[in-house]
Design a binder for this molecule. Structure first.
Ligand SMILES: [Fe+2]
Ligand SMILES: [Fe+2]
Length: 363
């Protein structure tokens, strides 16, 4: 008992600070395996949209999906009954497909339903092959029921957190693209810029929290375009000097929209909106800031935004390939772009191009 308590305390401190659902599931899996003295453990969660149960098999291994009414997990999910089976292959409900896929031999199985705070079944908690014994005992059943209760509340929180995070991202991407009817840039352009910036920020040694923030802040770089009058924003062909001065103001308008927030995300986004057209050599706008007067966020976004424009089709040009893009970045190293950030970009050029390829322009 003391050993079990120790295991529980060990994992609960890890779980308390963990927000990623995947990691939470892996910790809970390990926790149950250790406490239950089982060879394997799977947590199946119900995916309402797909009508399936899914599980992460082990660290790093991809997800396994099963039909929600298949196998022992499916039966427990459907009926809410606890199943304690000494030999799975003798039970007609057992589905051998997962064993076939993983090359594993299941013998004893204990599976209990996972209930959320409203008593809805959200999945199944299953342990397999009791170590050193033929089957799971009544005491094991009680123990797993309690672990499942504990796990449910943690899983519920992690799922909620992921949903919020997704909604948050979605709102940012959509609002950043509020000029979609007037601006030729696509929604994927702004998402890609965020992804290039994420790589650069990590390579530049920013901490993980900042890396995440830059990824979401950079997509807002052109949000100030909503303030540019249609006669300028929609004008085909070259802008007059007067019109160009108006166009440049999108940086300041973006800053005005985003500034003075308590949120660090919006503080970074405001800086990026203001600085994404500044240049390392001081020839950019709106202020002609030079070198490190431009924040790291502005410097990272500037090169990412230009890279994406170069490698995209435009009415007046075809998308550039690897060779000419690399040449351009090298030429602009220390002129348009921060030399060190340029080096980091070039070091990761293959990853940048694969983001560009995988997230093409659809709208
Ligand atoms: Fe811009
Ligand atoms: Fe852009």
């Amino acid at each position: 008992m003391e050993k079990k308590l120790k295991i529980l305390l060990q994992y609960s401190s890890k779980l308390a600070s963990e927000k990623s659902l995947k990691k939470v599931l892996l910790y809970l899996t390990d926790l149950a395996k250790d406490i239950m003295e089982a060879d394997r453990c799977s947590i199946f969660l119900y995916d309402k949209n797909k009508g399936i149960l899914w599980t992460i098999v082990a660290h790093g291994v991809e997800k396994i999906e099963i039909k929600a009414d298949k196998g022992i997990a499916g039966y427990v999910f459907k009926t809410g009954e606890i199943m304690n089976i000494p030999d799975a292959y003798k039970d007609p409900r057992f589905d051998r497909d997962v064993d076939k896929k993983t090359g594993y031999r299941t013998v004893s199985v204990l599976a209990v339903p996972l209930l959320d705070s409203k008593q809805n079944t959200i999945g199944v908690f299953q342990v397999i092959n009791k170590k050193g014994r033929e089957k799971f005992t009544e005491e094991d059943v009680e123990l797993l029921r309690h672990i499942a209760l504990y796990a449910s509340s943690i899983i519920e929180n992690a799922v909620l957190y992921e949903k919020l995070k997704k909604a948050h991202e979605d709102v940012i991407y959509r609002l950043s693209h509020a000029t979609k009817f007037k601006d030729p840039e696509t929604q994927n352009h702004i998402i890609r810029v965020g992804l290039y910036c994420e790589i650069l920020a990590r390579e530049a040694g920013l901490d993980e929290e900042d890396v995440e923030l830059v990824k979401l802040a950079a997509p807002m770089h052109d949000i100030g375009k909503v303030g540019i009058p249609d006669r300028v924003l929609l004008k085909p062909g070259k802008l007059s000097d007067e019109e160009w001065e108006i166009m440049k103001k999108h940086t300041i308008y973006g800053y005005e929209i985003l500034k003075n927030s308590d949120s660090k995300l919006l503080q970074i986004a405001a800086e990026i909106a203001l600085e994404h057209h500044e240049r390392w050599d001081g020839t950019g706008y709106p202020f002609g800031k030079k070198g490190k007067e431009i924040s790291i966020y502005g410097r990272i976004t500037s090169i990412s935004d230009v890279f994406d424009a170069l490698t995209s089709d435009r009415p007046y040009k075809k998308a550039w390939g690897m060779k000419e893009t690399v040449q351009f970045l090298k030429d602009q190293r220390g002129k348009h772009f921060d030399p060190l950030i340029t080096d980091l970009f070039l070091k990761n050029i293959d990853r940048m191009f694969s983001i560009k390829r995988e997230l093409g322009d659809v709208d």
